[in-house]
Ligand binder design. Structure first.
Ligand SMILES: Cc1cc2nc3c(=O)[nH]c(=O)nc-3n(C[C@H](O)[C@H](O)[C@H](O)COP(=O)(O)OP(=O)(O)OC[C@H]3O[C@@H](n4cnc5c(N)ncnc54)[C@H](O)[C@@H]3O)c2cc1C
Length: 379
């Protein structure tokens, strides 16, 4: 019987563990996490069309909130789009994994110092395994050329209804500061709202104090009055403009999942759909060794890198071709398209015709700057 150790009990590690527990219950599994709960402090959202029906079993029972449609707002375009949207919170993921795994299969407060193909080292010694999967979240990515998506989000509780019924995925009618700015809002209930102030920026620096003040002003502008801040989360996520995927995986022996394996949407940084797909894939493997899984995930990452090259071009348009303060126009232009293309964009499954349709129409960025950005992308 193979012994698998998953290093890191965040999104990708937990979903991989769930998939093994559900489909390969006889595998000797250990999920190790440095925190005292699983999943950290996140709200993970995804579009209905991001997770195909055949792999939904991985997340069965853990989806907490669902809305039948969502909205986007730009200075010259507002739309309600009939693509459903779901969110789960870390606490729900934690509960689902604890329900599916035996207590001896989860080790919390376990700070891992190092991993190699057949062992995990921590303060108390070393644990041997046939397969070690590194799911410890983002690490430095010196081989990739990156921009950043950074945000602060606050869960707010109001005395009166705030008035929102559908998630607002992008509201770019706000003042444009530090690149492309938009507000993201999730109406958890009539009196609870998650507001995130988000920036696509060339720098990872995040001024949390300024963002909190902006969220406070946005909250006061709803119909709900002055809210209580229930909790806060923040993120600085990579947006890929280019780079060398071979170097990213070079000299490795340990399979990697999640952000550590580069498994995220190049334009949105969402990793939920890839994490579900990778977990389902894991449960289909006959050979559960580090060597076999390293090959599997490296090949998959390199294939996705090729398939997703179009998104890196779009990212250059957003970060490099748009005039300062005008980057929102790239997304405003994109959102003229039919829901089916929008769904395939977020699922990162664009057809050749979709790509052509995204690029046609009155260009949202100056042509000269677009050509320079395209040249950089080709280089
Ligand atoms: C606040 C926030 C909101 C996000 N929202 C979305 C969203 O809505 N949809 C979406 O698709 N993506 C979202 N993302 C992006 C991305 O999906 C998440 O960052 C996701 O959690 C990445 O999964 P992961 O498994 O790679 O890393 P993580 O979920 O960060 O998990 C890594 C885990 O490894 C543990 N760990 C790290 N080092 C060690 C160590 N040395 N020893 C033991 N354990 C260790 C960490 O404690 C952590 O629990 C969000 C990101 C953030 C930060």
């Amino acid at each position: 019987m193979s012994r698998i150790v998953i290093a890191g009990g965040g999104l990708s590690g937990c979903l991989a563990a769930l998939a093994i527990a559900r489909r390969l219950p006889n595998v000797d599994l250990l999920l190790m996490e440095q925190g005292d709960t699983l999943g950290g402090n996140h709200t993970w959202s995804f579009f209905d069309s991001d997770v195909p029906p055949e792999i939904r079993w991985v997340i069965e029972g853990i989806v907490a909130s669902h809305w039948p449609a969502h909205e986007v707002h730009f200075p010259r375009r507002s739309r309600t789009i009939d693509i459903g949207y779901s969110s789960i919170r870390s606490t729900e993921l934690d509960q689902a994994v604890r329900a599916a795994l035996r207590p001896d299969q989860i080790r919390l407060n376990a700070r891992i110092h190092a991993v190699d193909a057949n062992s995990v080292s921590l303060d108390g010694g070393t644990i041997a395994a046939d397969a070690v999967i590194d799911a410890r979240g983002p690490a430095a990515m010196p081989d990739l050329d990156l921009g950043w998506q950074k945000f602060v989000g606050q869960y707010l509780r109001f005395d009166r209804p705030h008035g929102l019924t559908l998630p607002v995925i992008m509201d770019a009618t706000v003042e444009q500061i530090d690149g492309y700015r938009f507000v993201y809002q999730l109406p958890i209930s009539p009196t609870e709202l998650l507001i995130e102030d988000t920036y696509y920026s060339p720098t990872p620096a995040l001024d949390q104090v300024a963002l909190r003040a902006r969220i406070e002003r946005l909250a006061l502008a709803t119909g709900g009055g002055s809210p209580e801040v229930v909790s806060e989360e923040s993120g600085v996520l990579p947006i890929v403009l280019g780079g060398d995927v071979d170097a990213f995986w070079q000299n490795g022996t340990v399979p990697r999942l999640g952000l550590r394996g580069g498994f995220f949407h190049p334009t949105t940084s969402y990793s939920f759909p890839d994490a579900v797909a990778n977990a389902a894939l894991l449960s289909e493997q006959g050979e559960l060794t580090s060597e076999a899984l390293y090959r599997l995930y490296r090949n998959r990452s390199e294939r996705l890198w090729q398939e997703r090259s179009f998104f890196r071009i779009l990212n250059r348009m957003l970060f490099e071709a748009a005039e300062p303060g005008q980057a929102y126009r790239v997304l405003e232009h994109f959102y003229r398209l039919p829901p089916a293309i929008i769904a395939r964009f977020y699922a990162a499954h664009l057809s050749g015709v979709d790509k052509m349709r995204i690029l046609t129409g009155k260009p949202p960025v100056p042509i000269g700057r677009a050509i320079t950005a395209l040249r950089r992308s080709a280089a």
